[in-house]
Design a protein around this ligand. Structure first.
Ligand SMILES: [Zn+2]
Length: 97
């Protein structure tokens, strides 16, 4: 998943602001990190972010959850692609790539 620094950089490019406190709140506490990335909590935490940082902060919170998900998804996709390529090679089938 992207580092806090990477999330801050993305926010800065998108909004001109870092939203460091917001990204640290989501990522920094190891005991609460999973809960704070839980999409079932998006309405509860989204309201909190909206109240505290306004609509732009809400957007940066949602974007953080989104960017983490895409990073995880891409990692899983790479693993599956490699497993398929390895299996095809094992059985002597030429990879379609
Ligand atoms: Zn995160």
């Amino acid at each position: 998943m992207p580092s806090i620094e990477k999330h801050v950089e993305i926010s800065r490019q998108r909004t001109g602001k870092e939203y460091l406190e917001l990204h640290e709140w989501i990522d920094k506490d190891p005991e609460k990190k999973v809960e704070r990335h839980d999409i079932m909590k998006i309405y509860e935490y989204g309201q909190m972010m909206q109240d505290k940082y306004g609509p732009e902060g809400l957007q940066e919170y949602l974007r953080h959850i989104h960017d983490d998900f895409i990073a995880r998804f891409n990692h899983v996709k790479e693993d599956v692609d490699k497993a398929i390529a390895d299996t095809l090679a094992y059985f002597g089938v030429k990879s379609p790539k």
